[in-house]
Design a protein around this ligand. Sequence first.
Ligand SMILES: Nc1nc2c(ncn2[C@@H]2O[C@H](COP(=O)(O)OP(=O)(O)OP(=O)(O)O)[C@@H](O)[C@H]2O)c(=O)[nH]1
Ligand SMILES: [Mg+2]
Length: 359
Amino acid sequence: MNKQCKGCGVILQYTNKNQIGYTPKEDAQYCQRCFRIRHYDDVTISMKTGIDPHTVLEQIARLDAMVLWVVDLFDFESNMIHGIQRHLNGKPLIMIGTKRDLLPDTLSNEKLSRFIFERCRDLGISIDGLVICGDLVKNAHAAHNDSIAEVKKAIALYRDERDVVVMGMANAGKSTLLNALLERNDLTTSRYPGTTLEIVNVDMGEYILHDTPGLTRDDSCLTLANDDVLKQLIPNQRLKARNYQLYEDQSLAIGGLARLDLIGGKKVSCVGYFSSQLKLHRGKQEKADALWENHWSELLSPTLTKEHTTMRKYTHLGCGEKLDVVIHGLGWFCISGDVKVIHIYVPKGVGVAFRKAMI
Ligand SMILES: Nc1nc2c(ncn2[C@@H]2O[C@H](COP(=O)(O)OP(=O)(O)OP(=O)(O)O)[C@@H](O)[C@H]2O)c(=O)[nH]1
Ligand SMILES: [Mg+2]
């Protein structure tokens, strides 16, 4: 009988070293890829774009289960799945916002919840409940962390004799959440998207808990970046607000990845929320083109591509009370003040969203 890898769900095979599912040992519980991720943090075969999201959604739709929709709070915009309800055949849908520990602790959970419900409403997404979680990697069961207790409460409230399926975008923290619920690190997790490859069924006694492969989107930096750049994009510690007070036209470059121009303001506040491993360069807007031309991929690094890319420009007029300019998979700027025109330049293919501020 076909045996599944306990960590990623792939069917184990013993013949082809270069194909997923390979293990040399017939009695192994994990494939060699999982073994290497778990012991050496080394992904031998990247499956970042190798999983078909439509098939995964169809498999989820067929399950008789309530849904825990895991959403990375740092990468909230690209974790949104428009029309998610359509795919779920009326299953109860609870959003689990993860990685709360990466967001500034000056942001209260109340304010964050308000933001999430409003943003979902604006995007036409309706959820039955919300649990905000964080610090699940090392401190899931620490006395101060009630995340897992809250998730269990939500399961008890909505399960109604059904099973439970955990779904969401790749890298959102689904398998980490399952391990925390299980209190065992059975499922393979990694900092690279595309770790879980097939649905994994975990017997919880009263019900089956299904882990699922993450969905991917083509317009996220997480999908487009190579592994070296990925390491720098994904924050590994709490975000520090990078504050800029601007009194004239200015430009901010996030390495060689993206550029923000703020024009026509006499007093503008701009706060960047990006991984601390990324350098932000601030300068006069009139010199920004030359800086980009002459220093792209050297001073301005990392970059998404090796070639000098044509950047796509998005424009927003004014910023209302407070506006977030979000770059999918990368982070966001929060802008307030009397700015007239905002330009954001991103490599072709990368998505941008403008939203009412989260923080
Ligand atoms: N800071 C922080 N990181 C987390 C948390 N939960 C998960 N992560 C990290 O997020 C990354 C992805 O976690 P996984 O559990 O593998 O994510 P996944 O959703 O199962 O990913 P796929 O299987 O690729 O779809 C790993 O580097 C985790 O350590 C959390 O609560 N806080
Ligand atoms: Mg996973």
